[in-house]
Design a protein around this ligand. Structure first.
Ligand code: AMP
Ligand code: MG
Length: 364
């Protein structure tokens, strides 16, 4: 029997803006061109009043609060059920706002400027010594703060209008799949937050790359890679020696997003490094998260899959796979399977970040 394919293989993958469901508690405002002003005003009114709002960024949807308002920031942790030891990223609307949230040591100033010029606004987060004005809750008591400048026009417009940095982690419940559309945010946080600003699908689909900078005498600095993401190791290498920070354990007080288990669907996910590793249990329903979904591929032909979802149907482009990763994981999670079997992608460029997310999703 040929495997059943789930609908919605098309890309981009967001439902049309006007189809977002409306609920009594969580309001959705659309941020299409002619509605952008109203959406920005609605978000800023709530943020000024100390509320939290889900906003689009180019990576994934974020759950934002005024970073200088600890009561508002506390609501982020509550809505996400996020442990207080997991620090938030602070988003600045203008590069000049960096001094409001961080103190840049002279030894790394040049590298910070180079990285900001190369990748901001964009999906790079830099960890720096924290400014005392940033509440401890934002950084989970760490002396450092993670800072980024989003390139998303709506997110930027809201940050500028508010004129305050925004603390904004991904708009999902803790440990779950990051949302790449307003409807995914609604599934995660319906009834827990007052507003979602819907600007369609995110253009990157994976959380930002996170680095910290260690200066070295007479040499390029070390760039510690805390999280792989859309800005690749290859792109960062020009500015320093890139070294991966190893995942740390659940009990570690600075565990952060480096927890081994993260980004996980509710359905168990098996990352199958090679087809011959597959040991299906009789009577269980398995779905395949394929890379290209080719009919004669070694993973597609391995089993009578209940359904197959492809990250980059036919073409095998890593950028498309990154963009569709969380969306396809969600579709399979909702398909009533006993397990999702994921095929690996090549671990180069963006493939590093995709494999990082698949490994964490498969760890229980
Ligand atoms: P999220 O926005 O949900 O993707 O999570 C933000 C992630 O940024 C955290 O889980 C940490 O991995 C990382 N992060 C934030 N602040 C710091 C910091 N001061 N030091 C190290 N990592 C951080
Ligand atoms: Mg997150």
């Amino acid at each position: 029997m040929p495997p059943k394919k789930l609908e919605n293989q098309a890309w981009p993958t967001t439902p049309p803006l006007w189809q977002s469901p409306r609920v009594p508690d969580t309001r959705i405002v659309h941020a299409a061109d002619d509605e952008m002003k109203e959406a920005v005003a609605a978000a800023c009114d709530l943020l000024r009043a100390g509320e939290i709002v889900a906003l689009p960024t180019e990576t994934v949807y974020g759950l934002a609060a005024d970073a200088f308002n600890p009561e508002a920031v506390a609501k982020i942790f509550a809505a996400k059920e996020r442990p207080s030891f997991d620090p938030l990223i602070v988003h600045i609307a203008r590069r000049g706002d960096l001094q409001r949230v961080a103190i840049v040591p002279t030894e790394i100033e040049e590298t910070v400027n180079q990285l900001a010029s190369a990748f901001w606004p964009g999906p790079l987060t830099i960890i720096l010594p924290k400014h005392p004005d940033v509440p401890d809750l934002v950084t989970s008591g760490l002396p450092t703060v993670a800072v980024r400048q989003s390139a998303h026009p709506i997110f930027r417009a809201i940050g500028k209008e508010l004129n305050s940095p925004l603390a904004a982690p991904s708009a999902n419940r803790f440990g779950r799949i990051s949302p790449t559309s307003a409807s995914a945010v609604l599934k995660e946080l319906d009834g827990r937050i007052p507003l979602i600003v819907d600007a369609g699908a995110c253009s990157q689909g994976l959380e930002s790359t996170i680095v910290s900078i260690e200066p070295r005498d007479g040499k390029k600095p070390i760039l510690h890679l805390h999280r792989a993401g859309p800005i690749t190791k290859e792109e960062l290498q020009k500015y320093g020696k890139v070294e991966k920070v190893r995942a740390i354990s659940e009990s570690h007080p600075q565990a952060t997003g480096q927890l081994a288990s993260h980004y996980a669907p509710l359905t168990p996910l098996i990352l199958l490094e090679k087809p011959s590793d597959f040991q299906p249990e009789p009577g269980k329903r398995y779905g395949l998260l394929s890379y290209k979904g080719e009919d004669d591929g070694p993973y597609v032909t391995l089993h009578d899959w209940e359904c197959i979802e492809s990250l980059s149907p036919g073409s095998g482009k890593l950028a498309e796979a990154a963009l569709r990763l969380f969306f396809t994981m969600r579709l399979l999670d909702e398909a009533g399977l006993d397990a999702i079997v994921a095929e690996p992608v090549s671990e180069t460029g963006l493939g590093v970040a995709i494999m990082d997310r698949l490994r964490r999703a498969s760890t229980r």
